[in-house]
Design a protein around this ligand. Structure first.
Ligand SMILES: Nc1ncnc2c1ncn2[C@@H]1O[C@H](COP(=O)(O)OP(=O)(O)O)[C@@H](O)[C@H]1O
Ligand SMILES: [Mg+2]
Length: 328
């Protein structure tokens, strides 16, 4: 035993832009983070911070033709996905990397039975017979704890509840035993008890299948319960990154502290993030050279200064070192 952890994914200075009527919008602005093998990395930040665009960039599912990766690397098991061929990325997506999005209905085809949709993933990625694919799909529904899977195979998506549909989407994402799963707000559309069941299911499948997970959420409570490491995004950038315990115990960036103050507890009624962090999420259209969070707080230094550095201030703990927002 050497105790060395390998990173299954390394995102390095990723830049993704959208061509819009108002000019080039930089939705992901030099984002860097890593995903260690077998671990869950949470990406957190308010809506519009660039979390989904980061996820879509990794698997090259950006809306076309507006979305483009303009720089950086996405190293997955030693291969750069930014420059992989379309054929290779299609093989990796759904095969070695499973993707789960927020709204289960958008991942399912309303006119096909559940069984056919799950079996199809096996047919595409593993050239097996129809019968074997059907059996594998039934097994998969069992794995995601769907009661009476043989019967559910004959249902159409609209027959199922939101929670059951999200289990099907998880089954689709995990069918080929991916080594990395990217889950973008997988429980946001579900009510709280179902949300807990789905997160619990994902954690159990992760230990059974030994996969790594990127879990995207705007909810630090979800992060606290599920993640080993946390990446905090603001304005298309990573402002802080650390092990989960470390981040909750010693948040160093003003934005992270603001997010932490907005977590509801039993003693404290829920507050919206906007009530604790004043101002609005930055518009990504106007490119800012300085610190984006200073800009939000109305500090002129946010515009005049150079972009703050991103430094490892203690082992594994990275923070954007803006003189105003970095508070050791
Ligand atoms: N198809 C698109 N065209 C133009 N801009 C987009 C598109 N999709 C996302 N964006 C912009 O990219 C930014 C980041 O969005 P997103 O990654 O979806 O945020 P999050 O997932 O953190 O809520 C937002 O400013 C959003 O308006
Ligand atoms: Mg999103």
């Amino acid at each position: 035993m050497t105790g060395v952890t390998h990173n299954i994914l390394e995102v390095d200075k990723l830049i993704t832009s959208f061509e819009t009527d108002r000019g080039l919008l930089r939705a992901v602005d030099q984002v860097s983070f890593v995903v260690p093998e077998g671990k869950t990395v949470g990406i957190v930040g308010e809506s519009g911070c660039g979390k989904s665009v980061t996820a879509m960039s990794i698997v090259r599912l950006l809306p076309q033709p507006a979305g483009k990766i303009l720089g950086g690397r996405v190293m997955f098991k030693g291969r750069d996905l930014v420059h992989a061929s379309d054929a290779e990325i299609r093989r990796i997506r759904g095969g070695e990397i499973g993707v789960i999005f927020q709204e289960p209905m958008s991942a399912l085809n309303p006119v096909h039975r559940i069984g056919r949709q799950v079996a199809e993933v096996f047919r595409i990625h593993r050239k097996i017979t129809k019968k074997d694919a059907w059996d594998a799909a039934t097994e998969m529904l069992k794995l995601v704890r769907i009661p009476a899977p043989e019967m559910r195979m004959m249902d159409y998506p609209h027959h199922l509840s939101g929670g059951m549909r999200q289990r099907i989407v998880i089954a689709l994402a995990l069918a080929c035993r991916p080594s990395l799963v990217i889950a973008d707000e997988p429980t946001t559309a579900l009510d709280v008890t179902v949300q807990a069941q789905i997160l619990d299911l994902m954690a159990r499948l992760q230990s059974e299948m030994k996969m790594s997970i990127i879990l995207i959420t705007h909810d630090l409570g979800v992060i606290a319960e599920t993640c080993d490491e946390v990446v905090v995004m603001y304005g298309g950038r990573v402002v802080e990154r650390a092990g989960a315990e470390e981040l909750f115990a010693h948040p160093l960036h003003a934005y992270t502290r603001g997010l932490l103050h907005s977590i509801p507890t039993l003693e404290k009624p829920p507050k919206s993030i906007l009530s604790t962090i004043p101002g609005m999420v930055a518009s990504l259209a106007d490119h800012v050279h300085g610190c984006r969070f200073c800009q939000r707080m109305g500090r002129s230094s946010g515009i005049t200064r150079d972009r703050p550095g991103f430094a490892e201030v203690s082992p594994g703990h990275w923070v954007e070192t803006c003189p105003e927002c970095y508070q050791p």
